[in-house]
Every structure is written in C-alpha cells, then in structure tokens.
Design a protein around this ligand. Structure first.
Ligand code: C5P
Length: 300
C-alpha cells in the first residue's frame, strides 16, 4: 500500500489567448502549489475501484466513483505505456475542493501516476511521467512538479521558477462548482477579437516573487478567466467584495469558483478566515505556498 500526496494549485497569473485549432487555449501562466492536499492511496487489486472520502467538511459528491475517475484513467494510461494490464484499488482522501478551480482532479491524477509507478515497480522516467501527465489534463504536469512554475502551451509545458517567499492564502470555496470548458466558452464570447499573441511579462513576475513583498505580488495577481467566470456567476462578486473589505488581495483560482485572498502573514490569514466565517462563509481554509508536487508520504 502506497500513499502519495498532491497539492492544489493557484494561477498567480493566467494569460489566455484565442482558441487553437484543437479547441484548447494557449496559456501563459504562473502556477503555485498551495498547501491543500489530496492523499491518494493505492493497493494491489484484481479490478479497478475508487473511493473518495473528505478530510474535514468538504463536499466530495461531485467526484466520480467509477472508472471515469481521473485517478483510474491515470493508472490505465501508465499500465498501457508499459504494456501491462494491471488494476488497483484507489482511495482518495480529499482536502482539495471538487470543481473549484484548484486542480484537485489533476492532483489526483498526478498522485495516482506516482503511487502506481511505485506499487508496480515500473521506474518510469520523469520525462515519461510528465508526458503521460500532459495526456491526462493541462494541469497534471504541474501537479507532479509543484513549487512555482511557468506554464505554457495549454498549461502542460512546465518549467520551475524561483519563488523564495512564503505566501499566505485564504481559500474561499463555493458550494456550486463550475465547468472549466464553460468558462473558456464564456471567455471566447467576451473576447471575440483577441489577437493571437498571449501577453505576460514572465520576467517581471520572477522579479515580483523574488521581492517577497505581498503587496507587490497582490498588485500583480491577474486572471484572464475572472471576468468570464464572474459573468457566468455574478454572485461571486460578493466574495470578491468581502475579501477586499477585509484587506486581502483577491484572485479567482483558475476557472473558479474558488476565490483566494492573499494576506501578509499566517496570523492575518486566520483572522480573515474567521471574519469571512462571521460573514456567513463556510469551508474556508488557510493555505501557504509554494509547496512540493506529488510525493510519497506512506509506504507499507
Ligand atoms: O486539460 P483539461 O482536461 O484540464 O481541460 C479541460 C477543458 O478546459 C478542455 O476540454 C477545454 O475545453 C478547456 N481548456 C482550454 N484551454 C486550456 C485548458 C483547458 O480551452 N489551455
């Protein structure tokens, strides 16, 4: 039995271009892994099975419990790559909100790849794991890598970047999940005349991270999908306002609906969490970043 832990991600910057011929959007993004985790435990079995249990009061009802679960698809892909037909029992302890824009499914896929590679003693190269990860989803290679990274292509081409700070996030989930393709469709509708070039001055961002100044980072947080997500879900505007009133820098996570507030210290993060709860929000968590990518935590 092997347990691998994988983290949620936020996009500190998410610059989106017009759709490519394959329907995906070219991205320039800065990913950061934050300390919300899914633990994926795999054990030998004759047939695939998957169970999902929440850690804390998370609602996991949106996670598929059959072979369509991305952790199982990851296992099949890995087996196929090595020409073997094996199965496993997969248990996911979820700490990352489902359909929240935090790449929880991608974390499960990455953790499943790493865990099954160990369980089946396949010794897959990092290069191959990253290639398989990219086939599973745009955010899966980053979930393997962790830390802070530049993402290009459709997000699947990742390259670590220096991020020496410790950043504190208040994570505000929303009970109603959002569909990523729908948000991208709304983005296309709102941006019909987008030039083919995606703009993001990556070097500026590395300078911002190196400065370790939360105000500087706060002013540089930017997500091109935010307007599209808010257009589909005007109710999220209130979360933005509440975090603003509490002095946090706000950022929609990926395609939403989770909102993040960047604050100065761990202590302030816990205060803002409490203040948001006083305003009626539920399931708020405090997270720090950057943290590691998918890694082994238990081996029995
Ligand atoms: O790669 P992933 O499975 O995360 O993508 C889910 C959906 O999000 C895609 O089918 C596509 O509609 C949209 N997407 C996109 N451009 C990207 C990443 C995702 O249009 N760069």
């Amino acid at each position: 039995m092997i347990t691998v832990r994988a983290a949620a991600k936020v996009n500190l910057r998410l610059a989106v271009g017009p759709p490519r011929a394959d329907g995906f959007h070219p991205l320039l993004t800065i990913y950061q892994a934050i300390s919300l985790y899914d633990d994926v435990t795999v054990s030998e079995a004759d047939a695939w099975s998957v169970t999902v249990e929440p850690t804390g009061d998370l609602d996991c009802s949106g996670a598929p419990l059959d072979e369509s679960n991305i952790a199982v698809r990851a296992g099949r892909l890995l087996g196929g790559h090595h020409g073997i037909e094996r199965a496993a029992a997969i248990r996911i302890a979820k700490g990352i909100p489902v359909a929240g824009g935090l790449a929880g499914g991608s974390a499960d896929a990455a953790a499943s790849l790493v865990a099954l590679d160990r369980l089946w003693e396949l010794d897959t190269s990092d290069e191959d794991l990253l290639r398989l990860a990219a086939q599973l989803g745009s955010d899966v290679p980053f979930a393997l890598l962790g830390g802070t990274a530049l993402g290009t292509g459709r997000g699947e081409v990742v390259e670590p970047i220096e991020d020496p700070g410790t950043w504190w996030w208040v994570v505000v989930p929303n009970a109603t999940g959002m569909s990523t393709p729908e948000v991208y469709r709304e983005f296309d509708r709102l941006n019909p005349d987008l030039g083919s070039h995606v703009h993001l001055r990556v070097h500026d961002m590395t300078g911002v991270l190196r400065a370790r100044d939360f105000r500087l980072l706060g002013r540089n947080l930017e997500n091109d999908l935010q307007a599209a997500a808010l257009s589909l879900r005007p109710d999220l505007d209130q979360t933005d306002t509440d975090l603003f009133e509490l002095g946090a820098y706000r950022l929609l996570s990926g395609s939403g609906p989770t909102f993040l507030g960047l604050v100065e210290t761990q202590e302030r993060a816990h205060e803002v969490r409490q203040q948001m709860m006083d305003r009626g929000y539920r399931g708020i968590q405090v997270a720090t970043g950057p943290v590691a990518g998918a890694h082994l935590v238990k081996y029995i």
